[in-house]
Structures are given as C-alpha cells and as structure tokens.
Write a protein that binds this ligand. Sequence first.
Ligand SMILES: Cc1cc2nc3c(=O)[nH]c(=O)nc-3n(C[C@H](O)[C@H](O)[C@H](O)COP(=O)(O)OP(=O)(O)OC[C@H]3O[C@@H](n4cnc5c(N)ncnc54)[C@H](O)[C@@H]3O)c2cc1C
Length: 467
Amino acid sequence: MNPVTAPAADVVVVGGGVAGLVIAWEVARAGRRVIVCESGDDTGGMLRRGCVAGVDLDLGAESFAIRSSGVADLVADLGTGAALPLTIVEPRPEGAYLVLPAPFGRVRRLPLPRRAVVGMPAEPAASDVVRVIGRAAARRAARERDLPAGLPSGAEPSLFDLAAARYGRRLAERLVDPLCQSVYSQPASAVRLSAVHPSLWAEFARRGSLTAAAEAVAPAARAGSAVRGIDGGMWRLAAALRTAAEAAGAVIRTDAPVQALRTAAEGFDVVLAGETLRAAHVVVATGPAAAGALLHVDVAAPVGGAVRLVTAEVVSGALDARPVGSGVIVAPGARGAAKALTHVDAKWDWAARALPPHTHVVRLSARDADAPGLDTPAAVAAELRRLTGARIRTGDVRALTQTRWSDAVTSATAEAAAWRAAARAAAPAGIHLAGATVAGTGLASVIPHARELARALVARTSHPATA
Ligand SMILES: Cc1cc2nc3c(=O)[nH]c(=O)nc-3n(C[C@H](O)[C@H](O)[C@H](O)COP(=O)(O)OP(=O)(O)OC[C@H]3O[C@@H](n4cnc5c(N)ncnc54)[C@H](O)[C@@H]3O)c2cc1C
C-alpha cells in the first residue's frame, strides 16, 4: 500500500464540484484542515467555463432555481470582496418556446405557457395553453380544479398518469412530458411528482388540485422567471468558491483522482496514485457511479445516460430578432437531434452585451448523447433552421464546442432513491455523501445540503486551538 505521505486532514473531500467546494470553504473558514481531491484538471464540475466568440460563458449549468434562497444566500455570504464579483441577474423576459411535431415532418413553434410548473398550468384556459393543446383539451384541463381532491388510485402514480388523470391526456403529452424530458432527462412516465418537484407536490397535497398548486408555485409574471443567473456566468460561482476556500486555508488538488477509501486505525485512508492521505472524515462529492465504486455500493448507480451539449458561435442577423425567445424545448415526437436549445444572448443580457453585433451563442442539448449528430457546422445549422425558423447557413456556424458528462444522477426515479439508501448504508460513520447524488439535481438543492453537512462536520471536528 502507498505510504501515508501527506499530513492528516480533518476532512478530505473527494470531488471538486460545487458541493465539494462549498464544503471546503465552510470547513476551512471554521479553521479545520481540509483537502479537496479533484480528478479533473479544473474544479467546478458541472459548473464549467468555456470561451466562445471570445466571451467566457457557461458550458454546463447556467442558472439556478429560486425555489429556495440557498444559492442567493451563498452568493451573499461569499461577499462583495470576492476577486470575481458575483451579481445575481434575471433572464430576459421573453420566455421560451415549445417545438411540436406538425404534418410532413415539419414542426410548430409556440410560446410556452407562462404560468406553468413542469408543464402543469395555473391557468389551463389561458390562450397560451389553448394554442398548444387546443380548445377542447383546454376546457377539459380547466375542470381539473373541480375534480375530487386526492390521487386517482390512492398510491402516487407516475407524473404522466397523474397529469393525464387530472388535466387530460393531451396536456400530459403535449406539455408535461416534453418539459419533464427536457428538464429532468426522464419521461414523465418514469418519475413521480413528489420526487421531481416536492414543493408542487406538497401544494397539491394541501390544496387537492394541481391547478391550485401550480397557481401557488408558478412564477406570477412569466415563464422562466423561476430562475436566476450570475452576471458573466454561473462558472463564476465555482471560481469564487475555490478562491475563497484557498484563501481560508483549504488545499485544492486537481488531477488527483481518488482510487479507494479504506478504514484506518483513526479515520480513513484516501488512496491516490502514489500517495495516501489520512483524514478524520471523508466527504464523497462525486457523481453516483464514482461514489458507488468508492463505497462498494452493490446497487447499480442511477446514471441516466450521458449528457452532451453543443455550444455554437453563430454569426447571422437572422437571430438578431430572437425568434424563439430564450430558446426552445422540443417535444419528443418532433424528433431531431436536439431536445432543447438555449439562445444564450437572448436569455442573458450580459452575454448580449459582451458579443459583437450579429454574433450569437446557442446551446443545443443532444437528445441521445451517444448518437451521431450535431457534430458539424452543417448539422448544427440544419437543426437551428428547424428549431428557430431562422435562415442559418452552414457558414454562419463558426465554432462548435462539445461538452459531455457521463456521471450525472437521475435523482427523480425510484432506482435513485434505492441507490441513495444503499450508498448511505455502505458508508461507514465518518464517510459522508454530498452533491446532486444525494441532495437531488440542481444548485438550489446541492448548495444548501452541502452547507448543512459542512456545519455538521465543523461541529464534529475540533478546532486546532482547542484540540
Ligand atoms: C449540462 C448541464 C446543465 C445543467 N444546468 C443546470 C442549471 O441550469 N441549473 C441548475 O441548478 N443545475 C443545473 N445542472 C445540474 C447541476 O449542475 C448539478 O446538479 C451540480 O452542479 C452538481 O454538483 P456536484 O458538486 O454534486 O457534482 P459535480 O459537479 O458532478 O462534481 C463532481 C466532481 O467530482 C469529480 N470526481 C469524480 N470522481 C472522482 C474521483 N474518483 N476522485 C476525485 N474527483 C472525482 C468530478 O470530476 C467532478 O468535478 C446542470 C447539469 C448539467 C450536466
């Protein structure tokens, strides 16, 4: 076995994504010794910076949900003195579109209903809902409020079956399923509302109606306003966290994949290539496959297939008018290689200000990360024409950046819940789990969970001065 060459740490964090960085900062600023081991060549994980058309921007997560104040609280606590200022910004007000299949292989583009949560409308008879599902289906959906309270069969059905039973099948097919597939990468038939949107579920339980629940939870003003971003990109949050953690004394090591964890006489040995670190506590803040391997979890990791994003610089006046607002969500039946598109500078003013005239940045999310497609300027131009209706030529697509993640959790499924229970059982006392793997996908879930774990770790480890 490799000798223990590094000094003991109170906490070793495996994984330098946002969860690992939050814990490093919190534990270090409380005076504890903390080392972060990140396998990649940079920290941030799914908060990844790229440079497109000369502008630094996000290649991964680009916004955060404001269903909790967790992200805003962290930004406030990091303070204005951060080397990289963090200013929370709202997306532009136009909202996004839904792309639906139309006859002869064509598509229809319709604005997404403004007051809806996971496709479930607060105003089922509103004109933007009627345009998507038709007048008769909207009338049917509007009766949801008058249905008897409670679940169709007692136990919680899938999100699709719940929405179909209460709002009607057409609304479930045209709104709920596309939104679910786009946001959670799972068909609505594979997830439950209580897992994908606990606060909507709680409101449904309280009010007995999905319409009333959506009314309580949906942003009042418009689609999209349930999220915020950071001026210049979310990657800045990870960069600021790392700077603050290092300033507080955390040691952050990149290109340092952890190969194994072993129980030692006092604490744990964290095995890296050619070196072993000794820690009183270990936090595993990786994706589920890596965590499962380190903890020898004998249940298959809930990894829902790889995620592939294509970020393109497009120079064309045809996108100046923001033809699909902040972007589109593509209904499964509309086929094509992309399941969603974000028109980055139509969504974020900071990006529009930074880019030269007629230069745009679009992000396409591949429907199947492993299938070919979206890998040449011609393929991207064709998909952009289809999804936006704008006349984009191959020569307009100037640069393509492909980004891929293979260990992203599908936190909303029953398998994910079973895995979490097995992983917790496999981790001995003193080894803790953090990140989307246990907290659920998204910064609004990951950050508060990591801060709470950090507080518990600080309480359980003694300050050097008092030890
Ligand atoms: C394309 C994309 C877009 C997204 N958009 C949004 C969004 O707009 N809003 C939102 O709230 N959320 C979004 N998310 C989800 C959000 O980014 C994640 O939930 C969150 O960033 C997860 O953070 P984490 O620290 O748990 O994990 P990660 O960011 O995955 O970090 C885990 C780290 O562990 C490292 N690691 C793995 N194995 C080892 C090992 N053996 N040793 C050492 N290190 C290891 C990895 O390299 C990685 O850096 C998006 C995710 C993706 C993929």
